[in-house]
Design a protein around this ligand. Structure first.
Ligand SMILES: [Zn+2]
Length: 446
């Protein structure tokens, strides 16, 4: 600014004085006064021109002697260079919650991560664990940053007398392991991988055990549609689970749950495998696990109906530890009143369905998925009957109760550990396998 003002003043006084102290020597000693040529060299340091060569800025500067020098600046923002600003927002990560690295740049940038599953996002990078615990590094544009893989947090169970409670004080089944938990505000949708085996009664060609059901086969189209419907139902009921079909295969017709043996490749790639076909003399059968933990034996419920609402949702619910619950007992209370039907195996206070005559149903006359009522909703103490399109029920406008029936809360509490029955995040096999016996399961029919 100073320089500009000075130049302006000089320009206005040009006819009177010699600006800048570079006196013109040609006038000295002249005997005949003539008009001396007014040659004024720009003051030393005056910027004469500015150009860009790529992102290098080249500035031409006067040396005060009539000559110039050039100064160049590489990676000049004035020549369009965009610096990459990198900021590690969250350093720790596990299978579900990523390390977050913010990368701000308008140009291409490259990275190389040492470990983990890297996702490029609108704001930079997210890295989730692939099972390799500890500190790892990522190089972004030649700069190194660290992130760390840790075990997912657990809601620890505590024993008090003969009873066991979770970290929030809810009673839990005596055999239940502590499960992965990120707090009450957590609404992350978790993928649960479902395999389906279809009885060959409905197969015409290529019906050998384990043969994938073709994409255009009616049974498969129906299964995909049914899973989609259940996912929409989950979303409506704030159950943060998305079921995903891993594979659907033919299997020689079986009689019931105990004779249902899906091929190992299907159980290995899935968190749960559903047998669509024989289920004894009832509509569906499942074993309720008394504990849910990563790498446990893959649950294999069966049912006569294909994937979707109704039997499939109900049997998967059992295979996730939900029981049938209460029929027409508005004042039912855990530990005081017996359930009319089987309770859940993990959260005995609320891990089961609810039904009852209007207005003592879950919402008006509606029963929940795990009851034998209309199956119109997953009970959820945080949902509104009105918003679901129902009239008020046993808990007024609340579509569930943490003291009587809250299927959604149960499902949300078990979803992370359940989704690690098959761990799709890691190639590393779990080295710790827990011995299992039938005491860990409870058979439920229908
Ligand atoms: Zn049932």
């Amino acid at each position: 600014m100073t320089k500009i003002i000075k130049i302006l003043i000089c320009a206005s006084l040009l006819s009177l004085i010699n600006c800048g102290g570079t006196a013109d020597s040609s006038s000295s000693g002249a005997t005949t006064p003539t008009n001396p040529p007014l040659v004024t060299n720009p003051e030393s340091g005056t910027i004469l021109s500015t150009q860009c060569d790529g992102t290098t800025q080249i500035v031409e500067v006067a040396d005060g002697q009539g000559g110039t020098t050039f100064e160049s600046t590489e990676n000049s923002e004035e020549c369009g260079y965009q610096p990459v600003l990198i900021n590690v927002v969250r350093r720790q990560a596990d299978y579900f919650k990523p390390a977050i690295i913010k990368v701000e740049s308008n140009r291409e940038w490259v990275y190389e991560a040492q470990a983990g599953n890297v996702t490029e996002t609108d704001t930079g990078l997210e890295i989730t664990s692939d099972g390799q615990l500890g500190v790892h590094s990522i190089i972004i544009e030649g700069e190194e940053f660290e992130y760390e893989f840790v075990e997912p947090p657990l809601c620890q169970h505590v024993t008090s007398g003969y009873d066991k409670f979770d970290c929030l004080g809810y009673p839990v089944g005596g055999n239940a392991s502590s499960m992965i938990y990120y707090g009450e505000e957590d609404t992350q949708v978790v993928t649960i991988e479902v395999g389906v085996a279809r009885s060959t009664t409905y197969c015409d060609t290529d019906c050998a055990d384990g043969t994938p059901v073709p994409q255009d086969n009616f049974n498969r189209i129906s299964a995909v549609k049914g899973i989609q419907e259940l996912n929409e139902f989950n979303q409506r009921n704030n159950v943060y689970i998305r079921f995903e079909l891993t594979e659907m295969v033919w299997l020689a017709t079986w009689y019931d749950l105990y004779s249902f043996g899906p091929p190992p490749f299907l159980t290995e790639m899935s968190d749960v495998v559903y047998g669509w076909g024989g289920s004894g003399s009832v509509g569906g059968q499942a074993l309720m696990p008394r504990s849910i933990y990563p790498a446990m034996r893959t649950p294999t419920p069966v049912g006569r109906n294909g994937p979707g609402l109704g039997t499939f949702a109900h049997e998967i619910g059992h295979a996730m530890g939900l029981g049938h619950g209460v029929w027409g007992m508005p004042d039912w209370q855990y530990g005081v009143t017996d359930l009319l039907q089987q309770g859940g195996s993990l959260f005995p206070q609320f891990g089961h369905g609810w039904d009852g005559a209007s207005p003592r149903g879950a919402c008006g006359p509606q029963g929940s998925v795990m009851s034998y009522g209309s199956g119109a909703l997953w009970t959820n103490s945080l949902n509104s009957c009105e918003e679901l399109g129902f009239s008020a029920g046993n808990w007024g406008d609340a579509a569930g109760s943490r003291l009587q029936s809250d299927e959604a809360y149960h499902l949300n509490r078990v979803r992370y550990s359940y989704s690690l029955i098959h761990n799709e995040h890691s190639d590393t096999e779990y080295s710790l396998k827990v011995e299992e016996d039938e005491n860990y399961y409870i058979l439920v029919n229908d």
